[in-house]
Design a protein around this ligand. Structure first.
Ligand code: GUN
Ligand code: ZN
Length: 481
């Protein structure tokens, strides 16, 4: 019965893994589309054909529905929804956060989730709004913790119960919540109450919240980001260490006439083309789609296709070791996403431990790339090299034969001794024509190397364009062109 998680590939703090809940198994990162039993715009059986391995539905809605309650209790959730993949159920917590209270207890919702055959259950956690004062956040967190403890006591260690991590925007609280959830033995851990952050594009804080929760959680925990469903942010969230997403965005946006792309959402009424390869977009013109009586369903299908394709792309990028490139690309779509990406780069020192040592490539994509851990690690590593008494740093200028040791300058890394010329990252990095950020970053790497070789006589050969920078940064060395 228990939920288990196995990590297969890693990139940044992202993982490709296998999540097992009872008999069901899904690949992660995964998106669980939200299914509302009353409004099944896309029947779950059709979702399966679109690559959906798991869905999430709301146990509270089932328990309050005359139509569905008994059906689910008698036939089980999988039969009622006609879906044989993984089904996770949420408790009434979300309703509680919207309406203030719900008329069920923690034990009641968990028993109900068990009785309808859900594969992953959620206790009655309190989704504390990000802007709640600290004292209140602590009070609510303690209630959530007590309910998780109660869940373990009543249903046992093997029950497939998730352990939500709350704590609003207080990083120490998120971290301690994560630690306590892991100590209690939960392996499936949703990071909760982040919807308001995402709705107002507070991606910088979102990155902080996820990193804090991950610090407390054990490395083997499967991390679910509650309510995250826009494909523009999957790469960033996965890079921070999130494994599962769930969202109703595909359906809510469709209801609103909105068309999801990986770089943002468009209003169908304002579109002149359907820039997508999914079956809906290839078999309709934009005018046909606008006028179709099935518009909402077709839009939902497009939205879900795009979302699922992005999840595949994220998994592939993690497996290939190109997640940084994908994050970089996606986070150009909105300045606030760029803020989130920059925050991740600022905090790389704290999560680098999860990153892999060798990747397929390093593409320089502007100044953000200077902050990638491959660069910082290279700077640390290269300073261990011992130089000859006299070297020429070849930074684009002529290389006279009188120098016995010639070392290439490769920004943003710095010195690239020929022994490392074929190795990752510096030897395999693809860089465009130099820019100032890149050269300054490379110079920082050079300085670290020279600090550990103070007796080496250094000469630098460069071009007119970069001569002033080198002369200014290395006043003691000869710089020629
Ligand atoms: N859905 C979105 N956020 C949350 C949360 O924090 N807790 C629960 N149970 N469901 C959610
Ligand atoms: Zn499409």
């Amino acid at each position: 019965m228990a939920v288990t998680f196995e990590v297969i590939h890693k990139d940044i703090a992202g993982r490709v893994g296998k999540l097992k809940a009872g008999e069901k198994q899904i690949k992660t990162p995964a998106l669980l589309p939200v299914v509302n039993p009353h409004l099944q715009i896309i029947p779950p059986a059709d979702m399966k054909k679109m690559g959906v391995e798991g869905i999430i539905t709301n146990a509270y809605i089932f328990s309050k529905s005359e139509e569905f309650r008994n059906q689910a209790l008698e036939r089980g959730l999988h039969d009622v929804l006609n879906f044989d993949g993984l089904i996770m159920t949420d408790s009434g917590s979300f309703q509680m956060s919207v309406y203030g209270s719900v008329d069920i207890t923690n034990e009641e919702t968990l028993s109900f989730q068990r009785d309808i055959g859900s594969d992953i259950w959620v206790p009655l956690d309190i989704p504390t709004h990000p802007d709640t004062p600290r004292e209140e956040v602590i009070e609510q967190m303690e209630i959530t913790m007590a309910r998780m403890k109660e869940a373990k006591e009543i249903f046992g260690d093997d029950a497939p119960i998730s352990g939500p991590v709350q704590g609003a925007v207080f990083e120490d609280l998120r971290e301690s919540a994560g630690r306590r959830v892991s100590e209690m033995g939960f392996t499936y851990c949703p990071v909760g109450a982040v919807v308001p952050l995402m709705e107002s594009y507070r991606y910088r804080e979102l990155v902080d919240v996820i990193i804090a929760a991950k610090k407390g959680l054990s490395a083997g925990a499967c991390v679910h980001l509650f309510g995250a469903g826009h494909p523009s942010m999957f790469a960033l969230a996965a890079a921070c260490g999130c494994d599962v997403f769930d969202s109703a965005a595909y359906a809510l946006y469709a209801k609103d006439g909105r068309y999801i792309t990986t770089s943002g959402t468009l209003k169908l009424d304002e579109m002149s083309e359907l820039p997508c390869a999914c079956p809906i977009c290839r078999s309709h013109t934009v005018e046909e789609l606008k006028k179709s009586p099935e518009k909402q369903k077709l839009l939902a299908m497009h939205n879900l296709s795009v979302t699922m394709a992005e999840i595949s792309r994220v998994r592939a990028a993690i497996q290939d070791g190109t997640l940084f490139e994908l994050v970089d690309e996606r986070c150009r779509a909105h300045p606030k996403l760029l803020d989130g990406y920059r925050r991740l780069l600022e905090r790389m020192g704290e999560i680098e431990l999860h990153d892999r040592a060798s990747k397929r490539r390093f593409f320089y994509r502007g100044s953000e790339s200077c902050k990638r851990p491959e660069v910082t690690n290279y700077h640390k590593m290269v300073s261990r090299i011992t130089l000859s008494p006299e070297v020429l740093i070849s930074a684009g200028g002529p290389v006279p034969s009188r120098f016995k040791e010639v070392i290439e300058f490769k920004p943003p890394f710095g010195a690239l001794p020929y022994e490392l010329a074929e190795t990752f990252p510096a030897g395999q990095a693809e860089i465009p024509s130099w820019d100032e950020d890149m050269v300054n970053c490379g110079i920082r790497g050079l300085k670290l190397l020279f600090e550990t070789n103070p007796d080496t006589k250094v000469t630098i050969s460069t071009t007119e364009k970069w001569k002033d920078i080198f002369t200014r940064e290395f006043p003691g060395f000869e710089v020629f062109t």
